[in-house]
Each structure stands twice: as C-alpha cells, then as structure tokens.
Design a protein around this ligand. Structure first.
Ligand SMILES: Cc1cc2nc3c(=O)[nH]c(=O)nc-3n(C[C@H](O)[C@H](O)[C@H](O)COP(=O)(O)O)c2cc1C
Length: 254
C-alpha cells in the first residue's frame, strides 16, 4: 500500500474507517459537546489499557471562558482553544497515588518510571477519548502549545502537587473540512526483526518528502519537504524548562 492511498484503501471495519477519517480540526462552531457524549467518550477513554491498572491520569474540562482565553493566549496564541465547542487539558495524575501511599503511612517514592507511566497511560486514554469523540462526529485537535508556559497554566488551573499537564485537546463540531495529511509509508515504520540501514531509512524519507511537499502546495501552505521541516525543528531545543516545572510539581525525572 502506498501511504498516499491510506485513506482510500478499502477498510475492513467501521473502527478502522473512523481512524482513517482523522484529521486535526482547527475551526469549530461554538456549540459545546453535550455532557452525555463527553460521558460516553470518558468511558471509552478509560477502557484503554493502563499499566498494572494504576490509572495515572486525569482530564480537566475547561468551561470557564476567561480561563479558556488565558490558555489560548499562552498556547500561541491559538484562538481555537477559546473558540472550539469544548476544551480539555490532559494530565498525568500522580496525586491519587501520593494520597493513597501517604494515607497508608508510607513515604511516597517516585522516579522517571512513574512519570513515563503517567505520560504513556494518559496518552492511551486520550487517544481512546479522542477517537470516541471522532466516532460521534466531532472534530479534535491536540494542543501541545499549552507547554509553552506550564507555570502560568498551573496558576490558571490551580493544580495541586502531582498533577502534571501534558497537552490540551480542542473538540467540537467541525467548521472546516481539511484534507488528510499524508504519513510516512507503513514500510518506513514496521520492521521485521531488524531496524533498517540508514540508506533504507533515508530512501523512504526521500519518497515521503515529495508527497508531503505536494500536500502543503495543494493546501496553499508554504511548500517544504518533511525533511526540511524536521531539520529546522530539531536544530534547536524547545521548551527547555519542562523538567524544572514537572519536578516542582512532584515528579522526579532521574
Ligand atoms: C501531542 C500533540 C500536540 C499537538 N499540538 C498542536 C498544537 O498545539 N496546535 C495545532 O494546531 N496542532 C497540534 N497538533 C496537531 C498536529 O499538528 C497534527 O496531528 C499533525 O500535523 C498531523 O495532522 P493530522 O492530525 O491532521 O493528521 C498536535 C498533535 C499532537 C499529537
């Protein structure tokens, strides 16, 4: 299968159809998502696997318009954070474990493993939650931009120790219909027994570069290859204060 054909491939069932229909939505009508749909997506999200059932995550539904605007500003600004129907912040939640351990009379001990489990399990939850919303006809867009200023976000949300915001999620009724952003070929990601040579790896990337540039050209965006975007992005370190912030909230990263 050519990756440009991914969305046209005959899917095998409605779940895969929903997955293939995904594209990030950046324009929404203002209608909030009804609570019953949020509840349904919560149950679907929580059905995701979670390491040893520790369930180290939570999700804040931000309904206060003033808080939404402040978060929109620090995230870019990204006005969709204020304007989408419903906005959420996904967090790793070590607090419940802290409370339980201390209530049992033990010292709470943590490390990089607990942080990673929090980030991994929160993301498994978040993707199930998001997919459930998409299956109900809503559009979504994750918002990493909240990590631009986590101390400020922490003040806006008044988060207790142990609650570590990871990213936001815009959701609601789409008010645009963007095309699908192509992905690397599956053969560039799925390897049998052995990671490929650099030459094989780069050959896949060269192929994808043309597809990616064409996609941007068709969208009327500045045409760049994927390699050009990546080389630029990873030529400087981003958001360097994250470790300090997460450690100030009770995580231990080494
Ligand atoms: C964790 C995460 C954070 C993201 N943060 C942002 C963001 O701050 N703003 C935005 O417009 N899109 C954001 N995105 C969306 C990506 O840009 C988008 O998923 C990617 O370009 C692929 O496009 P598609 O989702 O339309 O297929 C984020 C995606 C992820 C997974």
């Amino acid at each position: 299968m050519n990756n440009s054909d991914q969305t046209q491939t005959e899917s095998t069932n409605p779940t895969i159809d929903t997955m293939l229909a995904h594209r990030s939505i950046r324009k929404y009508t203002p209608d909030p998502i009804p609570q019953e749909h949020i509840n349904a997506a919560m149950i679907a999200g929580q059905a995701a696997a979670t390491s040893s059932a520790v369930q180290p995550y939570c999700i804040l539904h931000i309904t206060d318009n003033d808080k939404r605007q402040q978060i929109a500003d620090l995230a870019g600004p990204q006005q969709k954070v204020r304007d989408c129907g419903s906005f959420f912040v996904i967090c790793a939640d070590l607090r419940k474990h802290m409370l339980i351990t201390e209530r049992a009379g033990n010292d709470y001990k943590t490390g990089l493993e607990a942080f990673l489990v929090g980030a991994v399990d929160a993301s498994l939850f978040a993707q199930n939650f998001t997919l459930a919303l998409e299956s109900l006809g809503y559009g979504t867009c994750y918002i990493g931009g909240i990590r631009n200023d986590l101390p400020k976000l922490n003040d806006i949300l008044n988060l207790p120790q142990g609650v570590l915001p990871l990213y936001g999620l815009c959701a609601g009724t789409p008010d645009e219909s963007p095309s699908h952003r192509p992905r690397l070929a599956p053969q560039a990601m799925l390897f049998e027994n052995q990671y490929p040579s650099d030459e094989q790896n780069l050959a896949h990337i060269d192929q994808y570069d043309e597809l990616y540039k064409q996609y941007l050209t068709d969208r009327g965006a500045n045409p760049a290859t994927w390699s050009e975007s990546i080389a630029k992005k990873y030529s400087y370190a981003a958001r360097e204060g994250l470790a300090d912030f997460y450690e100030s909230k009770g995580a231990k990263l080494c």
